[in-house]
Design a protein. Structure first.
Length: 529
């Protein structure tokens, strides 16, 4: 009997398990893969270290306070961002660089100068809202006894500002493209601003990104260093981590979970920090005795059955016989690059049911127009590649259903090679001439890879799609504390499926909230620490 079983070893599950262990509770963390971390991981290939998921970590008043509360000392460096269109590149080093962004857009769209100015004014307003939202260390990670002075000096005044700002943020839930259309009808301009965001991303989230870029940091050793330290903390404080342990059955009445090998574990409380559809697949509602709970489970299962995950990514990993200085001369270590100004709308919708020839024609167009997220780990940490060599990670938002169709029609490996060639051709013919001839080895991952390895619905990397007619996750900041509750007593949820918009800070925050609720309930129930 564990005080708590946590299902899912991503950043949300690790956070929950760490704080439960910190509180002296017996905790078992079950992860279906062979390592923890989920979309936060670093792996080695022939002397090159690559980040397999998120390329850098956003603080937002959450990451660093969480690590401080756990006493984890991890050395971070600043993760600097560049934005480029064709042969023009700007670097985002502080908030004033929003002016450089305005100038960049104006150089490409001089006919829309006034419209760009109006859009930038809105971006500046949203950046001010974000200053309030992330202006302090999140109170969830404060110690009420040790941090009393900070609470009085910083948190209470912040709560007043937050109360005044939150309604303004709530009015910006409209999809970003719809919001921008209030100011311009220039489709190429709309694409340049928005095409590297998920479909129908809320305006407040998308247009705050120049501010959020300044919140990104990179742990020396790779993003997986945070996972490594958190896993060690859990085990050093009495917690148990079991990898290759996929939970397939949850019995809320008997408070049991069963893994795919048939092993059973008993729990007092359960935190589900994995894919939410997997939770409701694991429940046999006919074995739930309480009618109200049974009906709520059936209703929730029905609600999410047809809901889709957000966009996924195609990622190309390149090991290059090139000095990192070559890439540093072009842009910073984290680079959002759009090879042509015409915009992604020109590619049209993905042909999800198309023949191979049709799909390949679309892929050629897509990869020539889409925005590429380029990460160069060795520019942050020289130990992440052999001397004189460079590892590069190039990612694009990509459609899961199209990828799944390709797999089912039997040319998945050829598709990967074709897509890799398209990306390399685009880079070699634009920002990185000569890169094609410097490749030592290459490989790629797709939305199907993410779905298989992480068990994520539709290979989603930030939870539910914004295109769902009904968003099956809490969206109101004032209700985020309640977002971790499920219809089942004693079972909580955390991670990217819990609150929208999601991401690393939200996963950490919901992981902490879930742990707090478990600790509170166990104390109330009189469970001995």
């Amino acid at each position: 009997m564990y005080d708590a079983v946590v299902v899912g070893g991503g950043i949300a599950g690790l956070t929950s398990a760490a704080f439960l262990a910190k509180a002296g509770r017996s905790v078992l963390l079950c992860e279906k893969g062979n390592t923890c971390g989920g979309l936060v991981n670093t792996f080695e290939r022939d002397g090159f270290l690559f980040d397999g998921g998120i390329r850098a970590l956003e603080n937002s008043g959450i990451l660093f306070p969480m690590l401080k509360q756990l006493g984890l000392n991890i050395e971070f460096v600043r993760n600097r961002i560049s934005i480029g269109i064709e042969d023009q590149v700007i670097r985002i080093d502080d908030e004033e660089d929003v002016q450089d962004y305005q100038d960049l857009l104006t150089r490409f769209y001089p006919e829309s100068r006034q419209e760009i100015g109006e859009i930038i004014l809105q971006i500046k307003k949203i950046m001010q809202y974000m200053d309030v939202l992330y202006g302090i260390d999140n109170p969830a990670f404060l110690d009420m006894r040790k941090d009393r002075d900070y609470m009085l000096r910083a948190v209470l005044p912040w709560m007043v500002k937050y109360a005044l700002t939150n309604p303004k943020i709530s009015r910006l839930q409209v999809p970003v493209v719809d919001f921008l259309k209030r100011y311009t009808s220039n489709q190429s301009l709309l694409d340049m601003i928005s095409q590297h965001f998920f479909q129908e991303t809320p305006a407040f989230f998308a247009l705050s990104y120049i501010k959020l870029y300044l919140e990104y940091h990179y742990p020396l050793g790779g993003t997986g260093k945070v996972v490594e330290k958190m896993a060690a903390y859990i085990e050093n404080h009495g917690g148990t981590i079991r990898t290759n342990t996929e939970i397939v059955t949850v019995d809320p009445d008997k408070q049991l979970v069963v893994d795919v090998q048939g092993e059973t574990q008993a729990y007092r409380r359960l935190v589900w920090a994995a894919d939410q559809k997997a939770l409701y697949r694991s429940l046999d509602s006919n074995r739930i005795s309480e009618p109200e709970v049974k009906n709520a489970v059936v209703e929730r299962r029905s609600l999410i059955a047809d809901k889709t995950g957000n966009d996924s990514v195609f990622s190309l990993f390149l090991a290059l016989d090139m000095e990192k200085d070559y890439f540093a001369s072009k842009a910073s270590e984290h680079f959002f690059y759009t090879p042509v100004r015409s915009g992604l709308t020109g590619a049209g919708q993905p042909p999800r049911d198309g023949e191979r020839q049709t799909i390949e024609k679309w892929l050629e167009k897509f990869f020539s127009l889409t925005t590429l997220e380029i990460s160069c780990p060795v520019m942050r940490d020289s130990s992440l590649a052999p001397q004189g060599k460079t590892g590069l990670i190039v990612s694009v938002l990509f459609d899961y259903k199209l990828t799944k169709h390709i797999e089912e029609t039997g040319w998945y490996e050829e598709f990967k090679t074709f897509s890799e060639n398209c990306i390399i051709h685009t880079l070699d013919g634009s920002i990185y001439p000569g890169i094609k001839d410097a490749i030592l080895h290459r490989f790629s991952s797709t939305p199907v890879t993410i779905a298989k390895i992480n068990g994520s619905t539709d290979g989603a990397i930030v939870g539910w799609a914004y295109t769902n007619e009904i968003m099956p996750a809490e969206r109101r900041l004032t209700r985020i504390l309640n977002a971790v509750r499920t219809p089942m007593p004693g079972i909580f949820q955390a991670g990217q499926w819990t609150y929208s918009p999601a991401g690393l800070p939200i996963s950490i925050l919901t992981g902490k909230f879930a742990a707090d609720q478990v600790i509170k309930e166990l104390k109330k129930a009189g469970a001995v620490e």
